[in-house]
Design a protein around this ligand. Sequence first.
Ligand code: ADP
Ligand code: MG
Length: 277
Amino acid sequence: MIITFAHYKGGTGKTTSCLSIAGYLAKSGKKILVVDLDPQGNATSGLGIDKRTLVNSMYRVMKNKKTKIKDIILKTNIRNLHLAPADHTLDMINLRSYKKKSDATHLKDALKNIKDYYDYILIDTPPVHSHFIINGMVAADSVILVLDPGIFALEGVKVLKDSFGNFLAKLGLDLNIEMALVTKTQGFSLFRKNQAKEIQKETEKLLEKNVFLIPYSNYIYGTHAKGVPISHYQPWSKAGRAYKKIVKEILLNEKIRMKLDKKIGTFDKQGKIPLRK
Ligand SMILES: Nc1ncnc2c1ncn2[C@@H]1O[C@H](COP(=O)(O)OP(=O)(O)O)[C@@H](O)[C@H]1O
Ligand SMILES: [Mg+2]
């Protein structure tokens, strides 16, 4: 299962959410790969990897179709959690403006060979480099939208849904949204808390998907400084528990999908509609 974290804005909490969810999934025993697709390389340093020591990175994978992603993957200090790292060199890549379908499917193609080795591949995308976001969206089975609780959050959801939905439709793909997160709620004021709840309600209506709130937490800064996700740093903090709940939902969705796949399997094999029990 490949999940991409996306928003065209920076600072909404994409990297923090990607790493926190990766941490809890790894803790639950799943095999996880985090793909850092952001030239800022925050997911890389957030998993304790010193970018100055990188020999290979996503630059090589995105630059040259012949490079195998398995050759750049690193182990991290966290059990079950691997990383395809990135640094500023990724910025040197100027993918063509999607004249060919393969420009948008570059990452999807690169992940094909290793997809079955991992239970989850989580892709962290940058805010402004739309070719990376698009590659992330195209590679993904589903997308998690990460919103901040600002008053423009809803507009962001609409833009993302329309522009990326249209783009993917042109490639014959659907925009499959797994859920949305509203981060950094609470802690400041009651106003912000209420605003976040309002955004949650409206976004749920718009997407017809669950929307989760992640409280503001001072521990998040510590996770970046220590190079471990909240799951392995302060799991009992409010933010930690919020991410744990999200992972529960992701795992539940997986179970539902697997059941559905089984039913569809029956349908294919026997050539008739599976009956409800
Ligand atoms: N729940 C949270 N509580 C407090 N600070 C947070 C929280 N989530 C993210 N942050 C902080 O907000 C900033 C942006 O988060 P980040 O995950 O890097 O966003 P993005 O990847 O979308 O640019 C970072 O400084 C991060 O430490
Ligand atoms: Mg980021």
